[in-house]
Design a protein around this ligand. Structure first.
Ligand code: ATP
Length: 249
């Protein structure tokens, strides 16, 4: 009998409450190494809360999150290491405005990973190159377009050599003409074998890059399927409505 590799991420019975409200009502999810997951669903269905729990930004109330078989949800040294090996890209870029693009990328590797200046610089330039923005390294973020800033945010996350990248609606704050440049970077990352969880309503991206689409509603996963099946078989009225709404909107 061959032994199956454990998933990179294993989530079991995950629950999160805000007061009396159950934002996550029992999530079970495995994410394999190299898998690209798109998470979608109506507003308020718990997508961001799931991402925040997955990287430890939000503590959860019940259930387990295992990264490479190790619990993320304990105040252990290993849990801190696990959390910093998860890269996160937010809708709102969250770059440090008073630092240059380069310094935004070297800060965490220097402070958290204790890299020397040269190595942090080399890694930053390599990743800025990868997202096509190395020529802007000396600028402050506010001199860049939204699409460029989001590419810097992706490069900054990559500088930590994450084993998992989480994207929380990375294009929804962008002007339409800038969406493609960010999605192209994400597609390149997906093709490189990076394990990715992308919360997005960009169904073109989902078709092109996802191995699996997870649909959430009211804090639960109500459907998970490869794109072909997901789009080809819209039996559930909640999914039909969601797809109709985003197409209309
Ligand atoms: N910090 C918080 N305090 C109280 N309630 C919260 C908090 N964060 C999220 N919620 C609530 O939890 C539910 C799930 O929110 P979440 O942001 O995860 O949904 P979402 O699917 O990402 O929505 P959207 O697509 O609008 O970003 C919502 O009802 C939201 O109001």
């Amino acid at each position: 009998m061959t032994e199956q590799a454990p998933p990179l991420v294993r989530v079991r019975g995950l629950e999160k409450r805000f007061g009396d409200y159950r934002a996550l009502a029992g999530i079970d999810l495995d994410i394999a190494r190299g898998e690209r997951l798109v998470v979608c669903g109506p507003s308020g269905s718990g997508k961001s809360t799931l991402a925040y729990c997955l990287n430890g930004l939000e503590p959860h109330d019940a259930g387990r999150i295992l990264i490479d078989g190790m619990p993320l949800d304990e105040e252990l040294g290993t849990a801190h290491e696990l959390r910093r090996s998860i890269g996160m890209v937010f809708q709102s870029f969250n770059l440090f405005p008073h630092l240059s693009v380069l310094e935004n990328c070297t800060l965490a590797p220097r402070l958290v990973l204790r890299l020397g200046e040269q190595e942090a610089h080399r890694r930053a330039m390599e990743n800025l190159e990868r997202v096509g923005i190395a020529d802007q390294a000396a600028k402050r973020p506010d001199r860049l377009s939204g699409g460029q800033q989001q590419r810097v945010a992706i490069a900054r996350a990559l500088c930590m050599r994450p084993r998992l990248m989480l994207f929380d609606e990375p294009t929804s704050a962008l002007d339409p003409e800038m969406v493609k440049e960010v999605l192209d970077v994400m597609i390149e990352l997906a093709q490189s074998g990076m394990t990715m969880v992308c919360i997005t309503h960009e169904m073109g991206f989902a078709r092109a890059a996802a191995d699996r689409i997870v649909f959430m509603d009211q804090g639960r996963i109500i459907r998970e399927a490869p794109p072909k099946t997901f789009f080809g078989d819209q039996q559930d009225p909640r999914i039909r409505r969601f797809l109709a709404d985003i197409t209309a909107g």
